[in-house]
Unconditional design. Structure first.
Length: 416
């Protein structure tokens, strides 16, 4: 375990969270086949998928408030316990013939747990690391996420084929229990008691911290438009193109597996790397996201598309690790979960709209047009964001600071 940075508490958290990530990456595939097995069809599957996403969008900000008030560990314990129970009940329900409303209700409860967990995790990691270990810790978490995204669906497919969806959901419930026990063993000081405040006041203060750093809200907006215009069409139309001319699901699976492989490899290479201008490098790395859509739009062969996906996957980890670490160091610990919640909300709120609109839009103007526009948009957006002074002015001090330690004149130089 010496290779894992951050001390015993981070190592304990990492093992538990990695297990939870694997379970969470397995569950969507099993759930999809479970819904289709009820005869609900694609419309029913869309309803169940929305039932998971909508609570995440609606509850993110409250999750940030409670994490900053109570401490990330307490909120994460409650989230893991709740999701363990929900998935356990869902596994039992799937042994019979569940009604669609039962699946919608349980999946919505699952989404609430995910919403409150995410901001708490981002706020907890700095408390588990010291000095220069923060970037390495974020790199390892990124590696775990990417590895789970590759291994989870493959394992889930095997289990669904041999034992059924209920088994996969039960495994997911067990991984939440592993994460709960890991969190339970952490030894962290209680967050300082603050004056009694309303939720609205906490949200206003969190918004003030979010908007006071131009580089945070600009990159969050860039990510939101990326998910709407680039990634959602790629995820929806990529399988369509693969079925039409690339050989089907196997080819598409290879593309996504290569994307995940690029993310894993770059995460390992990021260990110990601390560029002086982290947000500049993070933004430049997102240029790679234009390549897979461009390759599909240009009717490239599978090897070309895989090469593009490899670069995009590598860039995704570089961007996420550097941006997350810079944010954790720049934002005061007592506001970090709320800032994370605002950023995540801005980045993903329009994703469902992109998923819903990609198909109809492609029918109207053509698949190549939609994908090509996405590639051009991403390249142009990176150029525009790199021209923002605040993006270039965030610097990493030579001596790795504690969370909140980036000088205000650097992180807020171009603040509105």
């Amino acid at each position: 375990m010496k290779q894992i940075p951050g001390g015993p508490d981070f190592r304990r958290f990492f093992v538990g969270h990695a297990a939870s990530l694997l379970g969470s990456s397995m569950a969507p595939l099993a759930l999809a086949f479970a819904v289709l097995g009820t005869g609900a069809g694609s419309s029913g599957l869309g309803l169940v998928m929305a039932a998971r996403i909508v609570p995440i969008v609606l509850m993110l900000l409250l999750g940030g408030v409670f994490a900053d008030r109570l401490g990330g560990r307490k909120v994460m314990l409650a989230s893991d316990a709740g999701r363990c129970v929900v998935q356990g009940v869902l596994a039992v329900v799937l042994l019979g013939r569940p009604a669609l409303w039962e699946l919608v209700a349980l999946v919505a409860a699952w989404g609430v747990g995910e919403a409150v967990f995410s901001p708490s995790r981002d706020a907890l990691v700095p408390a588990l690391t010291e000095g220069g270990a923060l970037a390495g810790a974020n790199s390892l978490l990124s590696v775990a996420t990417s590895a789970a995204s590759v291994a989870g669906p493959a394992l889930a497919g095997l289990l669904v084929a041999t034992t059924g969806p209920a088994t996969v959901i039960a495994v997911d419930a067990a991984t939440y229990a592993v994460s709960f026990l890991a969190l339970l063993g952490l030894r962290l000081p209680a967050p300082p008691a603050g004056a009694a405040r309303t939720i609205a006041a906490d949200l206003r203060d969190g918004w003030s911290e979010f908007r006071s750093r131009t580089w945070i809200w600009v990159t969050s907006a860039q990510m939101g438009l990326f998910n709407l215009l680039v990634w959602a069409p790629f995820l929806v139309l990529g399988p369509v193109v693969a079925r039409q001319r690339l050989g089907g699901a196997g080819s598409w699976g290879a593309v996504m597996a290569v994307y995940g492989t690029g993310a894993v490899v770059s995460g390992l290479l990021m260990l110990g790397r601390r560029p002086r201008r982290p947000v500049l490098v993070a933004t430049a790395a997102t240029a790679g996201w234009a390549l897979p859509s461009a390759a599909l739009a240009a009717d490239r062969s599978v090897p070309w598309i895989c090469a593009a996906a490899l670069v995009a996957g590598a860039g995704s980890t570089v961007s996420m690790v550097l941006w997350t670490t810079a944010t954790q160091r720049a934002v005061p610990p007592e506001a970090l979960a709320r800032v994370s919640a605002y950023s995540t909300l801005g980045a993903f709120a329009f994703g469902p709209l992109g998923l819903a609109a990609a198909g109809p839009l492609a029918s109207a103007v053509g698949t190549r047009t939609v994908l090509g526009f996405g590639a051009l948009w991403q390249a142009a957006s990176v150029a525009v964001v790199l021209a923002v002074p605040a993006i270039r002015n965030v610097r990493q001090p030579a001596g790795a600071p504690a969370p909140g330690g980036l000088p205000a004149d650097v992180t807020e130089r171009a603040a509105p």
